[in-house]
Design a binder for this molecule. Structure first.
Ligand SMILES: O=C(O)CCC(=O)C(=O)O
Ligand SMILES: [Fe+2]
Length: 377
């Protein structure tokens, strides 16, 4: 659904405190009030914008066939997986086993959540980054000098018993759709993590392909480290924007966890940085875009890369995406796996935990890979 367009002058360029209040209600609300121009608060410096003159190439991400990963071809798929994590930090997963219905319901209920009146959405507005459910706007609303063209709903999915009672009850099917999706998403994450741990060669396996014993060793390792791990779902809403070239849906950043499983609708918008260039990831219905997060870069002692990515917006269509960020339990320390440190490969990152990350983001405007850089030895 697009922004209502009406005639305005540029008085909205002067940011008074009442203007700020208006922006804090989110960009969806701003669009609903009717705007013809992007207010100054959302205009990025030229150097950070999506350069209109630059030819942005489309990228077909390396593809991991999840069904094949479970069969006799596992070894080849593991090679592709390891190459994708080293060279792109991104890959797409097809044949993942999550039903079309579950995926379509997730996107559909997310859209309907944001289409509700402001009063319904605003019930979940909070500045508390630890709140079980939080509606917000931009990237880090309390710190961003320029706001980006995004509203989000963040939901804690790890301690379900504590979080679920706080989840929205409107639309009526919201909780059921999310519950089913998060359960299956977590299972998929654990299975992909088993494969990633195998590619890193950090658990002692028998060295034989397709051995049940190997399967169990991997399963036990991953379940011990991640079964009770953190799981944050971020539902992103990028309304259509009257001047998309002036702003960004989400500025360049890396994700803090081990892996992010991203579901996007059919509207293009995600771009990743690869060899110094921004590349647009073509949406592939029914697949997941998976990216390496900061914690996996640390855990792999730098072998796998947490890559910068961003989202651009467009004038015609609103875009919805759902990012599921998975990591170890929030109280755990994340550190380079000792098996990946030796004389030739010294430790490259300091230990870190979730509290350090929260302290870091609450004291500054987060830029690009600042947090990860702060953890380098
Ligand atoms: O919407 C997208 O394509 C990217 C979202 C994202 O990077 C995030 O939520 O961390
Ligand atoms: Fe991200």
């Amino acid at each position: 659904m697009g922004c209502k367009v009406m005639e305005t002058n540029r008085e909205d360029d002067i940011i008074s405190s009442s203007e700020c209040m208006k922006y804090n209600k989110g960009v969806k609300h701003l669009c609903e009030t009717g705007i013809a121009n992007v207010p100054k608060k959302y205009i990025f410096p030229v150097s950070q914008r999506n350069d209109e003159n630059e030819v942005v190439l489309s990228l077909k991400l390396p593809t991991i066939d999840f069904a094949e990963l479970q069969g006799p071809n596992r070894h080849n798929v593991l090679d592709s997986l390891s190459e994708a994590c080293e060279n792109y930090g991104f890959f797409q997963v097809i044949n993942h086993g999550i039903s079309n219905d579950t995926i379509e319901n997730m996107i559909d209920v997310s859209r309907r959540f944001f289409q509700q009146p402001m009063e319904e959405r605003s019930k979940y507005m909070s500045n508390d980054v630890r709140a079980p459910v939080r509606y917000g706007t931009s990237f880090n609303q309390s710190k961003d000098s320029v706001f980006c063209w995004r509203d989000f709903l963040k939901l804690n999915c790890h301690s379900m018993e504590d979080s679920l009672p706080h989840w929205p009850t409107s639309p009526a099917d919201f909780r059921d759709s999310l519950f089913e999706y998060t359960k299956q998403n977590k299972y998929l994450f654990l299975k992909i993590m088993e494969a990633i741990v195998e590619t890193l060669g950090i658990v002692q396996t028998t060295g034989e392909n397709e051995s049940d014993e190997n399967d169990n060793v991997l399963k036990d390792f991953v379940s011990k480290e991640f079964e009770n791990g953190s799981h944050l779902m971020v539902i992103n809403c990028y309304p259509a924007c009257p001047q998309p070239e002036l702003t960004l849906g989400i500025p360049p950043h890396s994700d803090y966890g081990f892996l992010t499983l991203l579901l996007q609708d059919e509207v293009e918008g995600l771009q990743i940085q690869h060899e110094g260039q921004w590349l647009t990831v073509e949406p592939n219905p029914n697949s997941f875009v998976v990216n390496v997060g900061d914690h996996l870069e640390i855990f792999s002692n730098g072998r796998y890369k947490s890559v910068l990515h961003r989202a651009v917006v467009n004038a015609e269509r609103s875009r919805t995406s759902v990012a599921s960020l998975h990591s170890m339990p929030v109280t755990n320390m994340v550190r380079p796996s000792p098996t990946l440190i030796d004389e030739d490969n010294p430790r490259r990152y300091l230990d870190t935990d979730f509290a350090t990350f929260v302290d870091f983001i609450s004291t500054r405007e987060l830029k690009e890979k600042d947090f990860l850089d702060s953890r380098k030895c």
